[in-house]
Unconditional design. Structure first.
Length: 184
């Protein structure tokens, strides 16, 4: 595997000219990068830059990482996420932050659920349910940090007080719904 080009502490960028190979070595490296990250997640960008009209990336998650509930609405963008390794929970929210059991999707390739595709404007988050979970994420570009995401006013933002408690409550509801073992 070629050395990864770091573009930030949270991301690497593919340097391929024609074809990128997504192999176990790359998956293992991104899982390790997520373990080493304070955020407990890390991205590997496959597209060439923010201006690309199709954004493709590997996203590695460790349990306990907090993905603040958000939606893509200022510039409407649908999104697809496919699990390559591990498992995670997808939660869709109503506009007021509530959710029902039918808003939960247990993404686990070993159980026959490989991913989700959701429309623009859907409030959502992900919960890492296994160590070293890695997904392929695809959404339209270009990427502009100022307009990419709208974060929910009814949930804490990453780094704010209350994230651990909010995530724990959400994960407990998710695990109970799918009769999964309790979290560590």
């Amino acid at each position: 595997m070629a050395k990864l080009h770091h573009i930030s502490p949270a991301a690497t960028l593919s340097q391929h000219q024609h074809t990128a190979i997504i192999d176990q070595a790359l998956i293992d490296q991104k899982a390790q990068d997520a373990r080493d990250s304070d955020r407990q997640r890390n991205i590997h960008v496959l597209h060439t830059g923010d201006e690309d009209i199709l954004q493709r990336m590997l996203n590695a998650f460790q349990p306990g990482t907090y993905v603040a509930p958000h939606r893509h609405v200022a510039v409407p963008k649908a999104e697809a996420v496919l699990a390559i390794q591990g498992s995670l929970g997808f939660v869709r929210f109503a506009d007021d932050g509530t959710y029902q059991p039918e808003d939960f999707v247990y993404i686990n390739p070993k159980k026959g659920v490989f991913g989700v595709d959701y429309r623009a404007g859907v409030w959502h988050t992900f919960i890492a349910l296994e160590p070293d979970t890695v997904v392929l994420e695809v959404k339209p570009g270009p990427y502009d940090a100022a307009t990419d995401k709208e974060f929910a006013s009814w949930a804490p933002n990453e780094g704010e007080a209350g994230t651990t408690e909010y995530l724990a409550k959400l994960e407990d509801h998710f695990r109970a719904h799918f009769e999964l073992p309790t979290r560590n």
